[in-house]
Design a protein around this ligand. Structure first.
Ligand code: GLC
Length: 461
């Protein structure tokens, strides 16, 4: 869009100029993408060598893939951003067979920012309710449980994990720097629940394992949701920081990259004034720089900040009451995706969304919203592709499938297409050739994946 562009004939010049500036600052060209990917790959390498590098490259102690013969009954508890999901997964005798019973519990808002006791108490109570509802037998032997805790942890073994820091807006006091398994287990024991935690699982690792179980070509497990992260299998000989682990040379071990922290030192990512504000407003300024430009927890806020900027700076929405728009985090990623995916000629979908904010938009304001959503989501998809390309570059993977879980990916077709097209650009596949790195929806990470990891952890005992 440029000033005087016929298709946006009625856009006031002041707005047009600002929108043009935003669009320019959000565009990431091919050279920049490649530069970012190269730096990203070198940072992944660094993280394997030391415990204090920017990208943590956390060792998960999940060694190797399942062989299809895993069996037994497992409880899985997944602490997601909005819900707690509890499952009983039965891996049946036939290879790959399973049954799942599941229940979701909404995480109350106060738990996200409360105390450790409130958090673990909520999880234990929800688990208790699940076990009662599904009359899971209280046998003398406790049921093995996998706990999917999708935050960066330092693990000495698979049943242990010291929280490095909260991400995705969580801010529960008294947990950072402590072993989350020990804390949760104490509460489970106090309440006499018949489970024993056998594995701490990151959602990316669960996705990798569940994905590879179904499709052996999956070499990377990725999440694109509230947060953004990936896991892959690394050869133990390529991880200098665990050279004394005693693991057999050649063993493969899953690395939870925690690459949302990429470029916290601000070397390559093209940050804009809106990214600075998102960071400043966040619960952990200075951290998760890459994630804050890409993931669902932040992209809606980027859009809101842009609209507020255009309102204040250029008089957009001057006929409306913008008080609702002025509330932090009023826009979530679902709203942004819905705006971007509204293909109706007169933008009725966008109009309905803005009405919820008491805004009665003019045709040009609708058009600007569509442009902004596309701008933010295109940048997110292009930067998102850099992380995957960096793992492929680091591991010299020419062809593979990538299992991707997360609402931002599965419910958002434009995003998937843009990310795939960007991989092609970065990795330079010849025109007309098929995609060598294929992004595939993968959704069983926190149930089947976690249960398989629980089974693997028992097998290696
Ligand atoms: C955040 C968390 C990470 C998780 C990702 C996706 O980046 O730190 O552990 O995998 O979000 O949920």
């Amino acid at each position: 869009m440029t000033v005087g562009d016929e298709s946006y004939g009625n856009v006031p010049p002041a707005v047009a100029v600002e929108v043009e500036m935003i669009k320019n600052s959000f565009s990431v060209d091919k050279d920049t993408l490649r530069k970012i990917t190269g730096h990203f790959a070198s940072q992944l390498e660094k993280g394997l060598a030391s415990y204090d590098s920017e990208i943590p490259m956390n060792v998960t102690w999940v060694t190797g893939y399942p062989n299809g013969k895993e069996s037994g009954s497992y409880i899985t508890v997944d602490m997601g951003g909005t819900n707690l999901r509890v499952c009983q997964v039965v891996l049946t005798e036939e290879p790959g067979g399973h049954n799942v019973a599941q229940e979701k519990f909404k995480l109350p808002d106060n738990v996200r920012g409360g105390s450790a006791d409130e958090l673990w108490g909520f999880i234990a109570d929800s688990l208790d309710a699940f076990l009662r509802k599904y009359t899971v037998k209280r046998q003398s032997e406790k049921l093995p449980m996998a706990f999917t805790f999708s935050y960066p942890v330092t693990q000495n073994n698979i049943r242990h994990g010291i929280l490095q820091r909260w991400t995705k807006g969580f801010d529960v006091s008294g947990v950072e720097g402590y072993d989350v398994i020990e804390q949760l287990e104490q509460v489970l024991q106090r309440k006499n629940l018949p489970v024993t935690i056998v594995a701490l699982v990151n959602d990316t690792t669960g996705t990798l394992i569940a994905g590879a179980y179904k499709d052996p070509e999956i070499k990377i497990g990725c999440i694109f949701s509230t947060g953004c992260n990936a896991a892959y299998m690394e050869d133990v000989d390529s991880i200098p920081k665990i050279s004394k682990s005693g693991l057999r040379p050649g063993t493969e071990i899953a690395i939870n990259t925690e690459y949302g922290a990429f470029d916290n030192s601000h070397h390559v990512l093209p940050r804009t004034q809106f990214d600075h504000t998102v960071d400043k407003e966040s619960t952990r300024p200075g951290q998760q720089t890459y994630e804050k430009m890409v993931a669902g927890h932040y992209v809606g806020e980027l859009m809101r900040l842009m609209l507020v900027h255009l309102h204040k700076r250029a008089g957009m929405f001057s006929q409306s009451d913008c008080s609702k728009l002025n509330c932090n985090n009023a826009f979530d990623s679902k709203i942004l995706a819905a705006i971007d995916e509204d293909n109706t000629e007169s933008h009725t979908g966008i109009r309905d969304i803005l009405k919820r904010f008491n805004i009665d938009p003019t045709p040009y304001e609708l058009e600007v919203c569509a442009i902004l959503a596309e701008t933010i989501c295109t940048r997110a998809a292009r930067l998102y592709a850099c992380g995957i390309a960096a793992i492929c570059q680091k591991k010299r993977i020419q062809r593979c499938h990538v299992g991707v879980d997360g609402s931002m990916f599965s419910n958002y077709s434009k995003f998937r297409k843009r990310a795939a097209a960007t991989l092609r650009e970065i990795l330079n596949w010849p025109d007309g050739s098929e995609d060598q790195i294929l992004l595939c929806p993968a959704e069983d990470g926190s149930s089947i994946g976690a249960a398989l990891i629980a089974a693997l952890s028992l097998r290696s005992d």
